[in-house]
Write a new protein. Structure first.
Length: 378
């Protein structure tokens, strides 16, 4: 049997994660809570688009996401959520203004995304601090920690977190994890990256990495988040999405496919894919009944937007709720990236029961979401 590319990086970790998930689930007899998050690498100018095209892309989401969300509610009566990881280098007040309206409507949140190359630590630090201040002060976006400091989630463009590509391209900062942590980043959501060589050996995990500031790929391995764990002061949280081998659409019937939880026009979400994602059992150790399913997409592109805002996503939400929201065996919770972090931290502190009530456990909603006074469809 042939395997997908670069399996030497991720396959051992994948097999361990499969065995761990089966063992942990066998110890649980109660309902399973599915925490479903869409992390969007949201790039209005993707493909070299003009400013006007970028605006049309944003306006499509401003109009159509509320229409999609209005048709579905989870176990907590919550509408589907969409987390827009917006690239620093594509900032426009008009783009962010439209996304802020979706945040105010209670169906979206904005976090930080960045593409960079041959960068340096201090330049990265200043860009992150400047952009997060703008998102917070100008748009009322991003959370704050208990000391009032801006807090945010992060996705690295081109997957190259902590200078993780073999040739050092598309990043350049070996101490990127330290810079992120010191500028208020509460978690990274970049992974999985396979089949990119930026993929870590750690697979299907919520875990903490300690940075080696003079070496790349410090997040290749780390300490799994666990009930009772008190993370070190220098620990950096990473929440991975599912990575699974599947025989669905197997190449020539002989080569299994790698499902990295990416949603795009030619590979939309389906009930079969959802079963694979849930089976990865991404959880906090000691709390296997809370299963984290973080999928990712590039939702600004027209073809992907049509899938995410049209019939394929509508069908998927119906299937998700029909199959995994009976209230007895399963409960579905639509969550943002920030809310995932809160539920992870609550699990570490020993919380049990319904994770839906822990969405704001440590990091509160951004100001724009609390305001909730914008008419999105106007």
């Amino acid at each position: 049997m042939r395997l997908p590319r670069r399996a030497d990086i991720w396959l051992p970790g994948y097999l361990r994660s499969v065995l761990d998930a089966r063992r942990e689930r066998a110890q649980w007899r109660g309902p399973t809570d599915i925490l479903f998050c869409v992390a969007d690498h949201y790039e209005p100018l993707n493909g070299g688009a003009s400013v006007a095209v970028g605006q049309r892309r944003v306006d499509a989401w401003r109009t159509r996401l509320p229409q999609l969300a209005a048709s579905f509610v989870d176990a907590d009566g919550r509408r589907p959520q969409h987390t827009f990881f917006f690239p620093i280098e594509q900032y426009s007040p008009r783009y962010l203004g439209a996304l802020t309206e979706l945040c105010s409507a209670g169906i979206g949140e904005v976090e930080v995304h960045l593409h960079h190359d041959a960068d340096r630590s201090e330049n990265l630090r200043q860009r992150l601090l400047g952009f997060t201040r703008t998102l917070s002060s100008r748009h009322g976006l991003l959370s704050r920690d208990r000391l009032g400091r801006i807090a945010y989630g992060f996705i690295h463009g081109d997957w190259a977190l902590d200078n993780s590509l073999p040739d050092g391209r598309l990043c350049g900062v070996d101490d990127e994890i330290t810079v992120l942590r010191e500028t208020g980043c509460y978690a990274d959501f970049t992974l999985p990256a396979a089949p990119s060589p930026a993929q870590t050996r750690t697979v299907n995990r919520i875990y903490y990495a300690a940075d080696d500031p003079v070496a790349p790929r410090s997040h290749d391995v780390g300490t799994r988040a666990a009930v009772g764990l008190r993370p070190r002061d220098d620990a950096f949280l990473l929440i991975q999405g599912p990575l699974a081998l599947t025989w669905d659409r197997a190449k020539w019937g002989l080569v299994p496919r790698l499902d990295n939880a990416s949603l795009h026009a030619i590979n939309p979400p389906t009930l079969k894919r959802l079963h694979h994602w849930i089976s990865c059992g991404i959880s906090v150790a000691g709390r296997p009944e809370w299963v984290f399913v973080k999928v990712h997409t590039h939702g600004a592109l027209e073809a992907n937007a049509e899938m995410l805002l049209g019939p394929p996503m509508q069908r998927f939400h119906r299937q998700l709720l029909d199959a995994f929201n009976d209230g007895d065996r399963y409960r579905v919770h639509y969550v943002t990236a920030r809310e995932m972090v809160n539920i992870v931290r609550a699990a570490e502190a020993g919380a049990t029961g319904n994770p839906g009530v822990l969405r704001d456990y440590l990091y509160p909603p951004p100001e724009s979401r609390r305001a909730g006074n914008v008419s999105v469809g106007a």
